[in-house]
Structure formats: C-alpha cells, structure tokens
Write a protein that binds this ligand. Sequence first.
Ligand code: BDP
Length: 581
Amino acid sequence: MLYPQSNAHRQSIDLSGLWDFVFDPGNQGYNLGWEKGLSEKHPIAVPASWNDQFEDRRDYLGPAWYQTVFVLPWGWENHRIWLRFGSVNYLAEVWLNGSWLGQHEGGHLPFEFDITNLIQSQWNCLVVRVDGTLAPNRIPPGNITGSPEDFFESHAGNFPQAQFDFFPYCGIHRPVWIYATASTAIRDITVTTGIEGETGHVHVRAETVGTPNAQICFRLSGHGENLSARTICENHAAEAQILVPGAAFWAPNSPNLYTLQVELSENGEIVDAYSLQVGIRTIKIEGTRLLLNGQPIYLTGFGRHEDFPIIGRGYLPALIVKDYALMRWIGSNSFRTTHYPYSEPMLDLADRLGFMVIAETPAVGLFFHEDGLARRTTLCQQYLRDMIARDKNHPSVIMWSLANEPHSKPPHARSIFHDLYTTAKTLDPTRPVTLVSFLGTAEESFGFCDVLSLNRYFGWYSQSGDMESALKLLSEELDVLHQLYSKPLLLTEFGADAIAGHHAQPPEMFSEEYQAEMVLSYIAILRQKSFVVGEHVWNLCDFKTSQGVTRASALNHKGVFTRDRRPKLAAHRLRERWKQR
Ligand code: BDP
C-alpha cells in the first residue's frame, strides 16, 4: 500500500492534531448514536496512545471514541478521495458523516477507505471507535485463561494481562490522512532489483485504477543516470525492466538510492505520478552465510520498541531521528522491528541511512490451543501479507520475520508456520524468511526457515548470575544447532536488565556492570562461530511493560539506553566493540 504523497497530480493532508475523545467503559456509544457525533468530548492528541495522556486511564484498553472534523480542501471536487490510517490499535470502526465506512483489526499496519461518495463539500465529521481489549483470539493475544502448557507462564500474572512483554498501548498511533487522486490513478508499485556484474536490474510493476489501458512511464534517475521505460497498461497493470550500467548499489556503508518516478497518462496527459526511492541490491543465502550484493554481511544491532513516555506507541519523528543517531553512534548496522511493523518513515530512514532491517509481523506470543486458533492463524496470514505489501520496496528490509517466540511445541504449529513461510516466499521470493524462537533445538520451523533466529537469556532467566555456565551453554547450543541445520544463525535477542545508576563489583544482576559483561561475553562467543551472521542485543532502550514481579517500575530494563535515551555502561562498551567491527 503506497504511502500518501503530494505532487502536481495527487495531494495528501495529515489530519494529526487535537481531536475529541471519550472513553466508553459501559459500551453505550452505539446506543447513543456516537457514530454521528460525540456528545461528550475531551481533547486528545492524535497520533499517540491514549493510556498516558490522562491522569487515571493508563490500564484502560477500550472501547473509546475519537472524532475530528475537516473541510473538503480546495480543488478536490471531482477527485477520488481516500481516508488512510497508518495504525490503530487494536480494532477500529470508522464512520464519516454518520455513514459506516468499515472496520479494521490489528495495530501497526495501514488501512484505507474510498470516501469519494461520502465526503461533503463543507464540514465532514470523522468518528472512530477503538477497542484495544486483550483477547486470546487476537494477534498478539492476551487475557488467556486456558491451560498453562499452551503458553508462556511468565506473563500469566501480569497486569494488564498481555501475552507479550510490552505495554498494550491503545489508540490512533500513526497519522490519519485524506488524499486525493484523479479517477485514473496509480494504486501500487512493486520494485525488485538484481545485479549482474556492474549492471543493476530494476524491475518495476505498477497497478492502477480507472482507465484499464492508460499509458505509463517509469523514470529512474540519480547517480548521473536518467533512464526511462514507457508502456501501456493491460488490465490495470504494467511492468518494465530498467538496466542501470555501472550502478551505484545500496549497502549499509553506501546507501545509494535512485528516484523512481512513475507517471500515468490518459490521452497524452499526465493524470497521476508517484515517486519512490529505489536501492539496487541483492540479498541471498549461500551455505551458512548471508550475502548482500554477493558479499558476506554480519549484523550488529538491536531489538527495539516504538515506545516513549506520554505518547506511548504514537508516531514521533524526533524519536525516530534520535534512535537512528544512537544506533549510528554505537556502531550498529541493523535492527529487527520487534515485535510488529514500524512506521513507514522509520523504514524510509533505514533506506537513507543504510540500516538493514528484519521486518517482523505482530505475531508475538502465539499459542496453539485449538480455541480461537483458526482465527489467530487467519490474522497471522493477513498481517504477513499486509506487511509485505507495505514494506516490499525498501532496500533496507533484508528479511521477513514470521513471528517472535511462538509457543510452538504442539505438533500442529509446524504446518501453520510452514504455510506462513510459503505465503512470504510466494509474495516475495527475493528475501530470506525467518522465525524467531526461544525453543532452540526443539523448534520444528527451523527445518524450513532460511535463517535460524534464536533468543537466548542464559545468565539471566536461567543460570542467573552465573556467567560462566551461561556462556558454556550458549556455545554448546549454537554448535548443536549448526550441526543439525547448517544454516546462517542470528542471535536475535540476548541481554540483561540493568537499573541505570546501579553498580556492583564484582558484577551482579541488575547492575550496569553485569549487563555490560553479559553482552560483551556473548559477543565474544558469537564471533568464534563462522555460521553466526549477526548479534542483536535486547534492547536498544528500556521500555514500558505490563506490571509484573520481574518488571520493576513496569519497565523492561534491558535497554543499553534508558527510556529517555541516556547511555548505560553497556552502550559505551558496545560502542568500543562495534567500532572494531
Ligand atoms: C524475550 C521476548 C521479548 C522480551 C524479552 C525479555 O522476545 O519480547 O522483552 O524476552 O524478557 O523472550 O526481556
């Protein structure tokens, strides 16, 4: 799904700002006709989670109602008009001027409605009902009361009872846009790239609406080139292959980008245009190595969260810029979008700044009890498809992650993941696909995944405080996985909680020294294994969680930076280590 853009042929307006809002704990909004307009209104900022914006509703997960009004912008008459939400967590129901537009389930991914026939020339009233209640048949799941062997017990007593280790923030988390195009317009663009010697191959496909056989022109410019291909759409689609001799390839140290301009014309007149940044690169697996543009790469970096005081999981451009500054300062080259797709601008910056990204679906904490399983499986498929549709054109995205730490011991888990793997490979044969597991040798999906992604906390949740035994176990387990599968292996999570300012010599748990020692000692082991292709420390920053006995101040303290982005000892040590490469 294309991100909104403004140019001479399409216009987008961001409706972010102060909206009206009301909590609906008694679920009376439908009966009171709130879809036509709210009777009680409190100001709320959009985008941002609602949980930390008020004095007393942190743990309230829904339902709640949002409302804003807007006028039809000048010149938008006779255009096709869309309403687009970047992310609403979790279930959104939407009305425009009292008419039902539809609903969307799941945070972290965009959805949109064609509002051409409902928009009015003067004021328009947009109402959104949001329900973030945790439920066992939602993705990610929560409020599970079933048999304990089906899920990870350590989250069971937490409040709110999420089946995952981050706060279940709710609300409109990313900008809401209205945008206008001509009735014949570009709806989707897919770019794949290849390399042959010095030549870059850029394959472009565009999909359109309106006139089925409009003319299309693909122009690729940058690095001294200005190449174009013209063709005519057949059945609303057109493709072209552009060869770029002596291409400037995209890589972390040289994130070269070209601009692809797609122009759609009717009777010789341009009716729509869309431009996209294109990085020419390949990503492949050869034996136990991960190759970018044919060269082995080693990932250094983090898992992270979209999380910050007051805005919760809301989109905050300054935070994105800051986190890239920190990730660059510390010498990392990659991250995983733990545990859900991040905002589109985050990926745009990864393209520009040269970070490699493992893009992960919201399938965290999956469990395989029959109750609700069919529904959860369908949602996982949908979120995977939607994530690939949204993020497929980013050169920075080098891998898809199907899930984080599923409780996948039950035998039927394997076929569910195999189906997800097949979906990812069918939609995008160009990228490796992984699944992030804590089961190690018991993870059945490692048999078909392209890369083994393992989370390990020896020395923390087990062998607590006993670094020597922890490292021995780590080293042995890695070797066993290598013997079993002989595939590239990523340590996607390792780390320790450190309360900033707490020190101990000799190091002990929760001190900055223990965290630093653990992270550095793990890295020393990983670097001895030729089949290990990367190390992602858990986490870039401390982040908010549900309350529970292992979460002092309802925070996970495994950040090497604090929640307000100040370095702990581990950040300095990592920087020294990663600057050596
Ligand atoms: C892993 C999870 C991650 C948690 C982390 C931890 O993948 O979401 O935050 O453990 O417990 O199991 O710190």
